[in-house]
Design a protein around this ligand. Structure first.
Ligand code: CA
Ligand code: CA
Length: 252
C-alpha cells in the first residue's frame, strides 16, 4: 500500500510541475509535409483550414505547398497575399514560423511575416487590421543589409529591430511572437528582439492568425500557434481528481 502511494504521489508531483499557470496550449501546427498542391488544406494538428487570399491576377501557384513547405509569392504580382487559419480567434497567443526570403528584389519593399489578432481573413501585410510582425528588406530606405523586423498595429508602424547583416535569400530564420494583453514580444532565431507594451487598449482584441507577404517571395515552414490563456480550471480539476488519492495516502 505504501508503495502504491509513493507511485501515486510521485505522479501527482510530476503533474503539478507540468501544469504551471504560464503553460501554453498548442492549438494548431503545420509542417506542410504533404504532397505539392496549390491548396494549403488543413493543419495536421488542430485541423484548422487555411484560407488563402491570392492576388486576383495570380498564377495558380502564388500560394502553394511545394517541397514540404508553403510558398507565398507576392513579388511576381506586386501585391499582398496571405493565408490565415479559419475559425481560430485568439487574443493571448504564442505563434511561430520558420521563414526563408526568396530572390533579392530590385526596386521595392520586400515584406513577409506573421499576422495575428486579425478581424477577418484576407489581410495582407500592407493593409493588415490587427497586428503583423513583418520582416522587411527595405530597398527604399537603404541597402538590402538594412533588414528589419517591424511590429505594426492596425496598419501603422509601432516599433522595430534592425537585424545586423539583413536577411539572406534562401536562408531559414525563425520568427516567434508572444502577445499577452498589451505586451508583445518578438523573437528572431530564438533571441528576443522586440518587447513592446502597447498603450492602446483597443489593440488587445482577439482575432485570426496567419502568414503573409507583401511584394515579396517567401517560403514558410513549421507554423504553430498556442493559446496563452491561463489553464487554471485544468489545474483545479486535476487537484480535485487526485484529492481522494492524497487523503487515502494519509490514512495509511
Ligand atoms: Ca493556392
Ligand atoms: Ca516542412
Amino acid at each position: 500500500m505504501k508503495k502504491v502511494c509513493t507511485i501515486a504521489c510521485g505522479a501527482l508531483a510530476t503533474t503539478l510541475i507540468f501544469v504551471s499557470p504560464t503553460k501554453a496550449t498548442l492549438l494548431a501546427s503545420d509542417d506542410f509535409n504533404r504532397a505539392d498542391s496549390n491548396t494549403l488544406g488543413s493543419t495536421p494538428v488542430g485541423g484548422y483550414t487555411w484560407v488563402e487570399t491570392e492576388h486576383p491576377t495570380q498564377a495558380p501557384g502564388e500560394i502553394q505547398i511545394t517541397g514540404n513547405r508553403v510558398f507565398l509569392g507576392g513579388r511576381s504580382h506586386g501585391d499582398d497575399i496571405a493565408a490565415e487559419l479559419a475559425g481560430l480567434s485568439l487574443q493571448d497567443l504564442d505563434v511561430s514560423v520558420t521563414f526563408s526570403p526568396g530572390a533579392t528584389p530590385s526596386s521595392t519593399n520586400y515584406l513577409g511575416g506573421l499576422q495575428y489578432r486579425l478581424p477577418s481573413t484576407g489581410s495582407g501585410l500592407f493593409n493588415v487590421a490587427g497586428f503583423s510582425v513583418t520582416v522587411v528588406e527595405d530597398t527604399w530606405g537603404g541597402p538590402l543589409t538594412a533588414g528589419k523586423v517591424e511590429l505594426g498595429g492596425f496598419g501603422s508602424y509601432l516599433t522595430g529591430y534592425t537585424n545586423p547583416g539583413g536577411f539572406v535569400a534562401g536562408t531559414d530564420y525563425t520568427l516567434r511572437v508572444v502577445a499577452n494583453g498589451s505586451n508583445h514580444k518578438v523573437y528572431l532565431n530564438g533571441t528576443e528582439v522586440i518587447n513592446y507594451n502597447d498603450p492602446n487598449p483597443a489593440h488587445s482584441v482577439s482575432g485570426l492568425v496567419g502568414i503573409a507577404t507583401g511584394y515579396g517571395d517567401y517560403s514558410f515552414d513549421n507554423f504553430s500557434v498556442s493559446d496563452l490563456t491561463v489553464p487554471e480550471p485544468a489545474s483545479l480539476g486535476i487537484l480535485a481528481m487526485l484529492a481522494p488519492v492524497l487523503a487515502w495516502g494519509r490514512r495509511k
